[in-house]
Design a protein around this ligand. Structure first.
Ligand SMILES: *[C@@H]1O[C@H](CO)[C@@H](O)[C@H](O)[C@H]1NC(C)=O
Ligand SMILES: *[C@@H]1O[C@H](CO)[C@@H](O)[C@H](O)[C@H]1NC(C)=O
Ligand SMILES: *[C@@H]1O[C@H](CO)[C@@H](O)[C@H](O)[C@H]1NC(C)=O
Ligand SMILES: *[C@@H]1O[C@H](CO)[C@@H](O)[C@H](O)[C@H]1NC(C)=O
Ligand SMILES: *[C@@H]1O[C@H](CO)[C@@H](O)[C@H](O)[C@H]1NC(C)=O
Length: 785
């Protein structure tokens, strides 16, 4: 969407109104965003110095008009385009969605969503996913992959885009984020870390007009400590990993739009975290010209409305200097050279141009459309997709040895989610037929710009039929809920096992309305369980679901299978029949009831004032399991939980000092590097333990380290926080040694007065176990006496 003209040039009175209204007070805190000026220039830190020189020499050859085009998108063959400059041999930049597939393309793979990747807790698989995704982007001629996502982080269980990212735990998201970026950029494609920051709901993500009054986009009021310890945390990991670009969010933070929030872009991202790349606006999320440029925004997308030719005029008026414009372009071109994108990068697949509606008949910038069309870029990525799909499935319940299945002769399959996926241009969003998405077919991904175009989907039903065929079993299926709920269905015989598939949809642009499975999925489970005492429930879902059926005696097993991508059916068959031993763990908490969650979506039915939509993050650090711990609420299935077909234990916990010399409360001062003060990443302790496979089959365990800070830490400190995990494969009756490195930042809190990370005095509790509530071994140690 494009902001209206009066956003571009606010009148004096609207400026005053903005100043007066951009202050919110809640619980004695005043939420306002201070100015942090000027915008810090890039220095080529983190090994980018040679690329920086090349970028500077490129910029020195540009005319003003070319400069304007380097920071403003134009119409072209991709969803975002920077125009070519043929006299300099520059072929332009192609930006494509998104975090789980190249969406503006056919014959590309649709990978498991970030949520599924996070549920594997397997950093190597997560990196492999990033690399495979990026290979497809590169083959299709796309320089910039618009992902990964760490904002939304997942403050609210109802958030419509949480599934695009990883987990509401910032440590897990931070590692998944960094390893995804590594995979992408090692392949020569730029990652675009998004959305910075406080973008925790879809409701009112854009401004709207009601009776002539402009109602501004949602405002997230977030205190400084919460920003640092939750929402900014993964972005620090992403910057440390060398992310090429960052995307600003649509929402306001403390009253100021993200794209013109100098505290966020100049202060936090560029100064404190030492970000060396460029900040691009979300599409249509630039709300002003000069204020945004001064606040640290480096590129407007999709462009044309606000930056463009206004830039020269702004410079003439003295709104900012030419050196700022030059820095914007140097920031754009440094990662381009660093990743060797100037050397033989494939051209854009012209069939992608068709998808974005660019036929080249109006091509003043001379985009190259001569490359080969309809490139098939999928390679053998189906193998990886199938594996992540299985490894991201979390076994929540397994009684009476229901799973793995041992060749049942009669198999019942139930529910819309089991069925073939109706192909309509490959996109679920195009065939959405209810507030809960589309009825027919399984849920390999959810909706919006974070979805993908499918070449094929292996449905659960077809994969089960193929498996049954292998050993001569018989499959009965009842797909329509309207046949199951009124008990209309007739079975030839009661199956040996009834596999019920339920789903929960979400999409960009809307938050979830319920945490129950869609289309009365819970009732479908009860109906099947009433006649089948071996009912196995499989959910495909965008996040937490309430599972009232979990206590039903006939529900013998439950698997949360998330959003596994195009191999959805094969991934679940591998788990059900035991070709893959389940090893996924919940990257979020499953509650007993909806009111157990906090972080509500802010909503107003009849907004009348510009600032009607306000969301103040009064819960501070207490989101997801931190909230359940703090408010002493028993979850149904806790964060980090997940069963296996074998069992594990942990013994011999040992903690060693890893730091040579005196440990100061604050990190020694040092020049900022990407990620912030490099001493934040000094290793303070090594923790070792031995993990035993106490069962009779091979399996993968995920030992997890949780840390509790001493009571000298300020109020608002969570009872515990995840600070390490490791996925290990162990043979039956075998064991393996696991090491965790505890970094300074892991045992520090953000001190708002000192504006620094501080290690609190006293004993730190270290616990290792198999979930946030399963402690296998523990130890206490002081870093600072
Ligand atoms: C928002 O306001 C809070 C409360 O005063 C403050 O702690 C925080 O630093 C501000 N953040 C930004 C990004 O302006
Ligand atoms: C997919 O790739 C094949 C070649 O492998 C090609 O024949 C076909 O036209 C492509 N289809 C689409 C929809 O891009
Ligand atoms: C869903 O499937 C039914 C047939 O079972 C069909 O009538 C209906 O048109 C389908 N809906 C969509 C949106 O594809
Ligand atoms: C469990 O299954 C048995 C046998 O089919 C049935 O009699 C019983 O009512 C079922 N229980 C529930 C809670 O549905
Ligand atoms: C927000 O309120 C509007 C208007 O009452 C409603 O249509 C929408 O569903 C609500 N959104 C959520 C996420 O509750």
């Amino acid at each position: 969407m494009a902001p209206s003209d009066n956003n571009v040039m606010p009148s004096l009175s609207s400026c005053l109104r903005l100043l007066l209204l951009a202050v919110t007070q809640v619980n004695g805190l005043t939420y306002t965003s201070p100015s942090v000026l000027p915008s810090p220039p890039t220095e080529g830190l983190g090994g980018w110095d040679a690329a920086l020189s090349e970028a500077q020499s490129f910029v020195s050859q540009l005319t003003l008009e070319e400069k304007q085009n380097m920071v403003t998108g134009v119409k072209g063959p991709c969803v975002g385009n920077i125009a070519p400059i043929s006299r300099l041999g520059f072929k332009g930049l192609c930006f494509q969605d998104g975090p789980l597939a190249i969406r503006q393309a056919t014959n590309a793979s649709v990978f498991p969503a970030g949520l599924s990747a996070a549920a594997t807790w397997d950093n190597d698989l997560i990196e492999a996913r990033g690399a495979a995704l990026a290979r497809e982007f590169k083959d299709k001629g796309s320089h910039v992959l618009l992902g990964p996502v760490a904002g939304p982080l997942g403050r609210s269980a109802l958030g419509g885009r949480n599934w695009e990212g990883f987990s509401p735990d910032p440590y897990l998201t931070g590692l998944a984020f960094a390893r995804t970026i590594k995979g992408i950029q090692d392949t020569g494609v730029q990652a675009c870390i998004k959305h910075i920051i406080g973008y925790e709901q879809e409701t009112q993500r854009f401004p709207s007009k009601v009776d002539g009054v402009e109602i501004k986009a949602i405002n997230s009021n977030i205190d400084d400590r919460t920003i640092h310890e939750l929402y900014l945390w993964p972005f620090a990991d992403g910057v440390k990993q060398g992310a090429a670009s960052a995307m600003s969010s649509y929402n306001r933070i403390n009253g100021t739009y993200a794209a013109e929030n100098s505290k966020v872009l100049n202060g936090l991202l560029k100064e404190e975290l030492g970000f060396q790349g460029y900040v691009v606006s979300d599409w249509g999320g630039t709300y002003s010209g000069a204020p945004s440029v001064n606040a640290g925004l480096d590129m407007e997308m999709p462009g044309g409305e606000i930056f463009g030719s206004h830039i020269g005029k702004d410079i003439d008026k003295g709104a900012y200097k030419m050196s700022r414009l030059d820095d914007m372009i140097v920031r754009v071109m440094t990662p381009y050279y660093f990743l060797n994108q100037n050397k033989g990068f494939p051209s854009v697949d012209p069939s992608s141009a068709d998808i974005v509606g660019f036929d080249g008949s109006d091509n003043p910038h001379g985009f190259d459309l001569s490359g080969s069309s309809y490139r098939n870029v999928r390679r053998d990525h189906a193998i990886l997709i199938r594996q992540i799909g299985s490894d991201g499935a979390v076994l929540l319940k397994n009684t009476n040895h229901a799973l793995p299945l041992s060749k049942p002769k009669e198999i019942g399959v139930f529910g819309y989610d089991a069925d073939a996926f109706p192909m309509s241009n490959g996109q679920p969003e195009l065939i959405r037929d209810s507030p809960y998405g589309y009825k027919n077919g399984s849920l390999p991904t959810a909706g919006g710009s974070g979805a993908g175009r499918f070449s094929y989907v292996v449905s659960p039903l077809s994969a089960i039929q193929a498996k049954a065929h292998e050993y001569g079993a018989h499959v009965q299926s009842v797909i329509k809920h309207s046949d199951i709920i009124p008990d209309k269905f007739k079975l030839d015989t009661v199956p040996d096992v009834c596999l019920v598939f339920i789903k929960s949809w979400a999409t960009e642009g809307a938050d979830r309305l319920s945490l129950d499975a869609d289309f009365d999925g819970n009732l479908v489970v009860e109906k099947v369980a009433a006649v089948c005492d071996n009912t196995v429930v499989i959910s495909h879902s965008v996040g937490p679901n309430l599972m009232d059926f979990a206590d039903n005696e006939n529900v013998t097993a439950i698997i949360a299978s998330h959003l596994p991508g195009q191999e959805i059916g094969n991934s679940i068959v591998d788990i059900l029949w035991g070709a893959v031993n389940p090893s996924g763990k919940l990257p979020y908490t499953i509650a007993h009831k909806a009111s157990d969650y906090n972080g509500p979506i802010a909503n107003v039915s009849n907004p009348t004032t510009a600032d009607a939509f306000e969301s103040t993050f009064t819960e501070g650090l207490m989101i997801d399991y931190r909230h359940f711990d703090h408010s002493k609420i028993k979850p149904r299935y806790e964060f980090g939980f997940g069963l296996s077909y074998t069992t594990f234990s942990i013994k011999d916990l040992d903690v060693q000092n890893a730091y040579d010399g005196h440990i100061s409360a604050r990190p020694p001062s040092a020049k900022t590097q990407p990620g912030g003060n490099p001493h934040l990443y000094d290793t303070i302790f090594h923790i070792t333990c031995t993990v035993y496979n106490t069962g009779s089959v091979k399996g993968k365990a995920v030992p997890q380290l949780y840390i509790s800070l001493p009571s000298s830490a300020p109020d608002g400190t969570p009872a515990q926080a995840l600070r390490g995990y490791n996925k290990v494969s162990i043979g039956a009756h075998e064991s393996t040694k696991v090491t965790f490195s505890v970094l300074r930042k892991h045992i520090s809190y953000w001190d708002v007065t000192a504006q620094d990370w501080v290690i609190p005095k006293g004993k730190i509790d270290l616990r290792v176990g198999f979930s946030s509530r399963d402690v296998q071994a523990s130890h206490s140690i002081a870093a600072i006496a």
